[in-house]
Design a protein around this ligand. Structure first.
Ligand code: NAP
Ligand code: GDD
Length: 325
């Protein structure tokens, strides 16, 4: 019989790629989507996945426990991927209560619905490198053992979720795992994250549709990978012999400035002629540096990324070029 997977956040960047990946591996995939006032935007990332009859979505919300319980009771999934979140770090300063409700209490809601209705399922939690905050090991990496000192409401919410997963794993003997994923992007990345913002603007500048790009902190370093590689890792985490926590990263870091330099140069432009700083995009507290050590996932799970920083950027540039042409 086909395995059944349940995905929260299925309409997001990762949820949509994960749905396609699991469908290609003959899973029956279920997901919850929230009610949107413009219904036609709801499924824009799920266009490909919906071509497969093995995908079913229903309305639900991490803050609506009745919808979660109904789904767990009726579907009885084998694997649960909890990807739903208010996932924007700067916006977590504008909406701290909603961020904590969804990313922390919402995870607890989902865990309870799982524990009470289908405890033999496996549970994946979308944990984040933002949990490390300003902690860095002496060798300049963050790894599973690095202290967590989050520097944003988003980071704090994810630390709660990470810890409650570990607590439920031990207390109730559940197969509940954390994937601690470093930044990952794709053509489906939301427009207000830095990768899409830089690439879309550079393409529009190249085509004469825009004349400048306003950014915040250009000296922040991030470890950027491709979402397609990272959803593969999520599935490997749940198919490992025991529940555990894994860092997923490329093990390389670049600054926002490096990103601008690469993307504009690829389009035969000099970023210094177009990029200006606007304090509006700075954060109340900045996270200056992330570089993940994913040795554990590579050696234990056999996971390796296929994309590099450069091929990720190229994929996104191609996408936005085609979109505007
Ligand atoms: P995303 O594109 O922002 O998708 C988030 C998804 O969560 C959307 O489908 C959104 O639905 C849904 N959602 C938000 N609030 C919800 C609620 N209260 N109830 C139910 N669904 C809700 O994020 P992503 O990049 O795919 O990231 C997936 C997960 O990985 C998130 O938990 C994120 O925090 C985590 N993460 C991401 C990265 C990264 O670099 N991408 C790195 C580490 C961890 P709507 O469309 O209706 O808002
Ligand atoms: N969004 C944005 N917009 N970021 C900017 C800008 C800007 O105009 N200018 C500079 N930056 C800098 C941010 O300050 C940050 O240091 C870096 O670019 C990346 O910002 P984002 O792309 O917004 O991602 P993030 O690192 O804050 O958060 C992402 O990665 C986390 C994992 O580390 C999100 O995907 C989170 O959900 C994820 O957990």
């Amino acid at each position: 019989m086909n395995k059944k997977a349940f995905i929260t956040g299925i309409s997001g960047q990762d949820g949509s790629y994960l749905a396609e990946y699991l469908l290609s591996r003959d899973y029956k995939v279920y997901g919850i989507v929230r009610r949107h006032s413009i219904a036609e935007h709801q499924d824009s990332r799920l266009e490909n996945a919906y071509k497969n009859p093995n995908l079913e979505c229903e309305y639900g919300d991490l803050l609506d426990t009745s919808s979660l319980e109904r789904s767990m009771k009726s579907i009885k999934p084998d694997e649960i991927y909890n990807l739903a979140a208010q996932s924007h770090v700067r916006i977590s300063y504008d909406m701290p209560q909603f961020t904590i409700q969804t990313n922390a209490v919402g995870v607890l809601n989902m865990l309870e619905a799982y524990r009470q209705n289908c405890p033999s399922a496996k549970f994946y939690q979308a944990s984040s490198s933002e949990m490390f905050g300003d902690s860095v090991d002496k060798d300049e990496f963050q790894r599973e053992t690095t202290a967590m000192t989050p520097v944003s409401p988003y980071g704090c919410s994810k630390v709660f979720a990470y810890n409650i997963i570990r607590n439920y794993r031990k207390a109730y003997n559940l197969f509940a795992s954390n994937g601690i994923l470093f930044n990952h992007e794709s053509p489906r990345r939301g427009a207000n994250f830095v990768s899409t913002k830089v690439i879309k603007a550079a393409v529009r500048i190249k085509l004469g549709l825009q004349d400048k790009l306003e950014l915040g902190n250009m000296d922040a370093y991030r470890d950027w990978g491709h979402s397609k590689d990272y959803v593969r890792a999520m599935n490997m985490v749940l198919n490992h012999e025991k529940p555990d926590d894994f860092v997923i990263s490329t093990m390389k870091t670049h600054s926002v400035r490096d990103m601008c330099e690469y993307v504009f140069a690829k389009l035969e432009l000099n970023y210094e002629d177009y990029v200006v700083q606007n304090p509006k995009y700075l954060r109340a507290e900045e996270l200056p540096y992330l570089k993940g050590d994913s040795t554990k996932a590579r050696t234990t799970l056999g996971w390796e990324p296929e994309y590099t920083f450069e091929t990720l950027m190229d994929d996104m540039i191609d996408h936005w070029m085609k979109h505007h042409e």
